[in-house]
Design a protein around this ligand. Structure first.
Ligand SMILES: [Zn+2]
Length: 188
């Protein structure tokens, strides 16, 4: 696929059109909710073992692991599922190709808001405190563990669920909506 949006040009390095489509759609979905996100994208193999993607705090560079995303969509998903089974602390976003990118884009949104001088950490902690209570009551749910690691991961996981989750099935949708409200308020 040829991408006219320069930010998405690196996706042309990915052979599988299914993977390309999922990643393209990921950007579209998040931006529908929170407006244009300031980021640049690169695909390379420099990420540590087992890491699918990351977002640099200082300049919003999103890196996608070439090792994972250069595979066919089926193989990419299989690797994700295998990795998720191995690692107890995994983001819910690691169960779909597009959600991995949405999660990292959410970190970019966080960085952009913080650069405006807004104390997002304090606002998110207020929501996350309720979340901690909820977590303590639902300790055995490993899908929720990653969101509880820090306000930043809580933000990324909740915002991902708000824009990409199934509202009928998502037990955290109340938290997700509150995080989305903050993103709309400060990012748009
Ligand atoms: Zn993260």
């Amino acid at each position: 696929m040829i991408f006219e949006d320069n930010r998405l040009k690196p996706l042309e390095q990915i052979a599988d059109e299914g993977v390309q489509t999922e990643l393209w759609l990921a950007v579209l979905k998040l931006e529908m909710f929170v407006g244009e996100v300031d980021f640049s994208l690169q695909i390379d193999d420099l990420l540590p073992e087992g890491v699918l993607a990351n977002c640099a705090i200082n300049n919003n560079t999103l890196t996608l692991s070439g090792e994972y995303f250069a595979q066919s969509s089926l193989q990419t998903l299989k690797t994700m599922v295998e990795q998720t089974q191995k690692n107890k602390f995994h983001p819910v976003s690691h169960l779909s190709i597009g959600s991995v990118l949405i999660h990292e884009l959410c970190h970019a949104v966080w960085n952009t808001i913080c650069k405006k001088g807004i104390d997002l950490r304090t606002e998110v902690k207020a929501i996350a405190k309720d979340w901690d209570t909820y977590m303590n009551e639902n300790q055995n749910d490993t899908l929720k563990t990653y969101a509880a690691t820090s306000p930043e991961e809580f933000w990324a996981e909740m915002l991902t669920q708000a824009v990409d989750g199934d509202s009928e099935q998502c037990p955290d949708m109340e938290f997700a909506k509150r995080v989305l409200n903050l993103a709309v308020k400060y990012h748009m």
